[in-house]
Ligand binder design. Structure first.
Ligand SMILES: [Zn+2]
Length: 58
């Protein structure tokens, strides 16, 4: 009978510090999609860590 050492108790943070500092890891979701609001072609990107999306003008 040994002592049970709890480990891995720290909850995984949903957002990484990088994301909180606005350093997202963008991946392209849709390239050259037409943004109706802007009337322009944009590239839709999403952060692989926090799932935030953004539109980038192409
Ligand atoms: Zn992010």
């Amino acid at each position: 009978m040994g002592d049970v050492i709890p480990f891995g108790k720290k909850p995984t943070p949903k957002k990484s510090t990088l994301c909180l500092n606005n350093h997202h890891k963008w991946e392209v979701v849709k390239e050259r999609a037409f943004d109706v609001k802007q009337g322009k072609l944009v590239t839709q990107e999403r952060c692989v860590r926090c799932r935030k999306t953004r539109n980038k003008l192409t």
